[in-house]
Write a protein that binds this ligand. Sequence first.
Ligand code: FPP
Length: 224
Amino acid sequence: MNPIKHVAIIMDGNGRWGIKKRKSRNFGHKQGLKSVEKIIKETLKKKIRFLTLYAFSTENWKRPKNEVNYLFSLLDNFLSNKIKELHSQKIKFVVLGKKKFNKKLNNLLNYSEKLTSNNKKLQINLALNYGSKSEIINAINNLKKKKLQINESNITRNLYTKNTPDPDILIRTGDRKRLSNFLLWQLAYSEIFFEKKLWPDFNEKDYNNILNKFKKTKRNFGKI
Ligand code: FPP
C-alpha cells in the first residue's frame, strides 16, 4: 500500500457550478470554499501531512475585476475567521506565490503564516498568484545570485515548495485534463486523477475513492 504524504488539488469548476445553479460564478466560488473546508477536515482525519490547493493563478488576474475582488474577499473572510481554529488544530499555513495583494490581505497572509509556522500536523500550501514557470525561473535566478550550481536538488530547494515532498497525488476536478501551470516540476512522478465533478460537488467520499485507488497503484518511478 502506498503511503500518502502530499495531495495537491486543482479546484476547478466553481464558475460553471454557479451558472448551472442559475446563480453567479461568485456563488460557485462561495460554495467552493465549503468543499475546501470539507477536504481539509478529511485530510487531517487521514493524517496526510501536506495539502496544496490551487486557489489563484498568475493568469487569473485576467478575470473580471468583480470576480477577482470576490475571491480575495472570500479568502480574507476565511482567514480572519478561521486562522485561530486552524492554528489550534496544529495546521501550518503557507502561501506559494508572490504576495502582491492589497495591504490588508498581505498583512493577514503574513500573520497567518507566522502564527502557524511551528505547527506540524498538516501543512496547507495555498497557491496564490502562483505560476509554475515563474516559480522555476525564480529558483534559477536565486541560484545564480547565490552562485550555486544549477542542478536538480538546488532547484528543488529554491522553489516555493522547499521543505515539502513532491505530491503523491494530483486531483483536478471539473472535467478538464490539463495542468494549468501548476507544480510542473514537482508533479514529475505524481499520480494524476481527473475528476468529472465540479469542485463544489466534490465531497469526502469522492476524495476517499481517489485516496484508496492511489493506495493500490504500483509506482515505479521509471524502474520496472
Ligand atoms: C477554479 O474554478 C477556481 C478558482 C480559480 C478559485 C478557487 C477558489 C475556491 C475554491 C474558493 C476560495 C478558496 C479559498 C481558499 C478562499 P473556475 O472558476 O475556473 O471554474 P470554471 O472552470 O467553471 O470557470
